[in-house]
Design a protein around this ligand. Structure first.
Ligand code: FE
Ligand code: FE
Ligand code: ZN
Ligand code: FE
Length: 189
């Protein structure tokens, strides 16, 4: 027992990474890198959302997607403001995660007939996207706070709230109409 515990401790100490003396600079670089990543992601969404809206049937869902498209354009501009605060040029760096989430959404379109079932699929894919964004902006706001850039924190928290609102709107759309109709279609078959 004692030997096992000692072994565990040894493994744990080997996995622990020592902090660099330049830890603050490191966080700034990590922040800027994440900013480039989400800048790419938001721009990709301005292209992906119209396709989602075109493939949706419920007017409620179409409106929700189009509203969020308008908001997404504002989020792109807001990110450009954050780059400016940090004295950096706004640059996009491919976000592998968002590329994958968008691909998954497009896959759902191919796998479903237009109507309530496809709408349910669009909502599911969109909520995965919103949750990714919520996680990203939560982290970015925390980093900016640590870095002492309060104006950037406020901008990032504003976007975080919009992503949360979009998530709630999608949940309501799913509960109120779409998932119910999708289940109905299945029962009618
Ligand atoms: Fe967004
Ligand atoms: Fe990312
Ligand atoms: Zn990424
Ligand atoms: Fe969003």
């Amino acid at each position: 027992m004692k030997t096992t515990e000692t072994k565990k401790e040894n493994t744990a100490s080997k996995q622990k990474v020592a902090a660099k003396s330049s830890a603050a600079d490191g966080l700034r670089e990590l922040f800027i890198d994440s900013l480039k990543d989400i800048y790419w992601a938001e721009k990709a969404l301005t292209k992906a959302l119209p396709k989602m809206a075109k493939n949706a049937t419920s007017q409620n869902l179409i409106d929700a997607i189009n509203d969020h498209l308008t908001v997404t354009h504002e989020q792109v501009s807001r990110l450009e403001e954050v780059f400016t605060i940090f004295g950096e040029k706004a640059t996009a760096k491919k976000c592998d995660a968002m590329e994958g989430l968008i691909k998954e959404g497009e896959g759902i379109l191919e796998e479903t007939e237009p109507g309530a079932v496809r709408d349910a699929g669009i909502i599911a894919a969109s909520q995965k996207i919103e949750h990714y964004e919520i996680a990203t902006y939560g982290t970015l706001a925390a980093f900016a706070k640590t870095l002492g850039e309060d104006d950037a924190v406020n901008l990032l928290l504003q976007t975080l709230e919009e992503e949360k609102e979009a998530d709630v709107t999608l949940t309501e759309a799913a509960y109120n109409t779409i998932n119910f109709d999708a289940a109905g279609e299945e029962a009618a078959e």
